[in-house]
Design a protein around this ligand. Structure first.
Ligand code: SF4
Length: 351
């Protein structure tokens, strides 16, 4: 591992000034960054540990009904937050479906959306990777690519974003609060991650020195609380990144859909919001035939990037399952171990 300078500021101002003029990175839970540093993919000169910054580890319910999640809120604390997990059960279950109990205890909300793809070629310094070394080529394009992207990919990069948490958050119109040298700004989570295009080395809209301080959900997020679901399919039952995942939410009145949300994970280099599919659902009586047609709309632009055509059909079936579960209602379906809806002891989520 390359030598680096370690700084632990106690104010936002100190953190920001430490990020200027250096190849600096911010460290929170470290569950992704430290791995990248160990293998030499991340080689910062300066590591700024932000875990000492004040007031960034809180979940706040704001006067207008918004929910503000500090960037340093640990994944476990958010998934098990008594009020939040009932208001946004798909988000809570998405968190619980990711990583292990130990990792969720360390990983943070801000770090979750900022985690990097787990493409094996990125981690293998002997393989070409445009994301690690722009212009080097993409080892995955004609290599082992069965889990790669089917939406939004380019010849430069076919990787996927690994976050579970980001998928329902994107579906619920989350906003990312950012602070940086030019001041504060906000970006919709659906616009926060960038698609690879010809510059896959760029992964988000963050500029050098900018720091994610919070994520915020609008009051409308809670309107989906009774009819929502996050489902994830993976190569093994636990501690694996999703091959594909889906977050769905419905608002129902007398069986008719008055609002709908759909986002997909594991299909692109960002959480993939399917707005046209959502629009096709609104005003219609909920049912399997309708959900099937919404899935077709959501995947109309999908195309294989390698040996992964199966992911398109898998996503189609998963969207249907997720909407059927959402229609059924959160109190009528099996819950993950550790979830607030589970009858099993919480310790089973951490074992
Ligand atoms: Fe690198 Fe992206 Fe290609 Fe993977 S898919 S090798 S991350 S350029």
């Amino acid at each position: 591992m390359k030598n680096f300078e370690y700084i632990r500021p106690t104010t936002l101002e100190e953190a920001q000034s430490a990020a200027l003029g250096k190849d600096a990175v911010f460290l929170a839970g470290g569950t992704n960054l430290v791995d990248l540093m160990k293998v030499g993919v991340a080689r910062p000169d300066r590591v700024i540990d932000i875990t000492g910054l004040p007031d960034m580890d809180r979940v706040d319910y704001l006067a207008d009904g918004s929910i503000r999640i500090g960037a340093l809120v640990r994944n476990t604390d958010l998934a098990c937050h008594p009020q939040f997990s009932r208001d946004c059960p798909a988000v809570a279950e998405a968190i619980l479906s990711g990583a292990s109990g130990q990792l969720r205890n360390a990983a943070t909300a801000g770090g979750n959306i900022l985690q990097r793809t787990r493409c094996a070629y990125l981690f293998d310094l002997a393989s070409p990777c445009n994301k690690r070394d722009p212009g080097a080529g993409c080892g995955a394009r004609h290599g082992e690519n069965h889990s790669m992207a089917v939406l939004g990919w380019s010849e430069s990069c076919i990787a996927t974003h690994p976050s579970d948490f980001s998928v329902p958050m994107a579906a619920l119109d989350a906003v990312v609060e950012i602070i940086g040298p030019a001041g504060r700004r906000e970006v919709a989570l659906v616009s926060f991650h960038t698609l690879p295009g010809s510059s896959p080395e760029r992964e988000t809209v963050l500029a050098q020195g900018e720091l994610v301080v919070a994520l915020r959900l609008p009051p409308s997020a809670k309107t989906f609380a009774q009819h929502t679901r996050y489902l994830k399919l993976r190569d093994r039952t636990s501690f694996a990144f999703g091959v594909v995942s889906a977050a769905a939410g419905l608002v129902l009145k007398d069986g008719v859909i008055t609002d709908a949300r759909l986002a997909l994970g594991g299909v692109a280099l960002k959480p993939w919001r399917a707005r046209e599919a959502e629009a096709a659902l609104v005003g219609q009586p909920a049912g399997e035939a309708l959900f099937r047609s919404a899935a077709d709309i959501a995947l109309a632009e999908a195309r294989p990037s390698g040996h992964n055509a199966y992911k398109i059909e898998l996503s189609r079936r998963l969207i249907l399952r997720t909407f059927v579960a959402a229609q059924t209602g959160v109190d009528q379906q099996p819950a993950l171990p550790g979830s607030v809806f589970s009858t099993q002891p919480r310790v089973s989520a951490d074992g």
